[in-house]
Design a protein around this ligand. Structure first.
Ligand code: AQP
Length: 337
């Protein structure tokens, strides 16, 4: 039986966080045998917020190194830079002509991010979900691993696919969300009501995957808890709940197992336990990343190979779409090769 296809990506819009690792990267690795997986570094999404070019370049390479260090096998998976496959932009334009201002205006992520930008909201930020739809539909992905912050965008992707199929005939697979049973939302250590985010203004509550040992220890030891003094798992203790989640996920334990481990202990021991679990995971990961970063050329070669694999699928979908909407087919494709 043919494997189902999965598409997902991370923006190199900042240094990757423990949230990106536990909410995405580590789960992707567990899917690579059962599914045909296409994982992108979505640099075109990253520029919806102005990036420093040098930093973007460096972070894109680091993100590739992190994908590999986390265990994504470039032979088993298609791993590539979004901007290396020009079909994303081309399909994005066509889908933009098949989506509506009203539905895009309702996207909560756009509302959140745009309020921080005053009057200078880039149109790209508004169109972001259309490009995301193109990313997914270009590969006819059956499943998209998404956190609840992305379900609205996936719903829009499905609407656009169905709309296009109805207008022009069966073209796109209508994708479904893949909700990893072991995935969890990781919250900011200083503001445990907010998701841990790579572009947080205050970085003290964010565990970056490449933070050094001392920084990780400092951030965890200063994480916000509460004055109740008991370790239990409930919404009235968001800081403690978050630390328990992090511990359980890193140690591959159930929440009950984590609670049993910390029974009768205090917040200091909870933080120490989390610290140990974080360091046990991140220090070896960092070592691999820095080893890989010594071979930048090799990383770029792998990116090129990934892009070639991705294009072999993307160009077939785009040709089909263009034919259906009435474009004259290109006799040459050298601008893309
Ligand atoms: N805190 C989190 N907990 C669990 N999963 C998370 N993800 C991100 N933060 C958490 C998951 O990581 C994947 C890639 O995310 P992204 O690069 O598309 O950006 P994002 O979701 O917008 O993450 P950030 O860190 O908040 O980025 P910025 O600050 O640039 O907007 C997704 O699968 C996401 O669910």
């Amino acid at each position: 039986m043919e494997k189902q296809r999965i598409f997902s990506g991370i923006q190199p819009s900042g240094n990757l966080t423990l949230g990106n690792y536990l909410g995405a990267l580590r789960n992707w690795v567990s899917l690579q045998d059962e599914y045909e997986c296409i994982y992108s570094i979505v640099d075109m999404h990253a520029i919806t917020i102005r990036q420093n070019p040098k930093d973007l370049h460096e972070r894109s390479l680091l993100t590739m190194a992190l994908y590999l260090a986390a265990g994504l096998d470039p032979e088993k998976n298609t791993v590539f830079m979004q901007s290396h496959v020009l079909e994303h932009a081309q399909l994005g334009w066509i889908l933009g002509c098949n989506s509506y201002m009203g539905e895009l205006s309702r996207m909560t992520q756009y509302k959140d991010k745009s309020t921080r930008l005053g009057d200078s909201i880039p149109t790209g930020l508004f169109n972001y979900p259309v490009l995301m739809a193109a990313d997914i539909l270009l590969y006819n992905a059956h499943l998209v691993p998404v956190g609840d912050d992305q379900t609205q965008h996936l719903e829009l992707t499905r609407d656009i696919a169905i709309r296009f199929n109805n207008a022009y005939g069966e073209t796109f697979v209508v994708p479904k969300g893949y909700f990893n049973p072991f995935g969890a939302r990781i919250y900011d250590l200083q503001m445990p009501q907010k998701l841990m985010s790579k572009s947080a203004e205050n970085q003290q509550g964010v565990l970056f995957l490449l933070d050094d040992e001392k920084t990780l220890q400092r951030k965890i030891s200063r994480s916000v808890t509460d004055s109740l003094g008991t370790i239990s798992y409930n919404d009235n203790q968001p800081g403690v709940k978050n630390l328990l989640n992090i511990f359980a996920l890193l140690r591959k334990e159930s929440i009950d197992g984590a609670l049993a481990y910390f029974e009768g202990k205090g917040y200091k021991q909870l933080k120490d336990g989390v610290m140990e679990a974080v360091l046990d995971t991140l220090l070896p990961l960092q070592e691999k990343v820095y080893e890989l970063m010594k071979e930048r050329d090799h990383l770029e070669d792998l990116m090129a190979q990934g892009a070639q694999k991705a294009r072999s699928i993307a160009k077939v979908t785009l040709a089909d779409v263009e034919k259906k909407i009435g474009f004259i087919s290109r006799r040459t494709n050298e601008h893309c090769d």
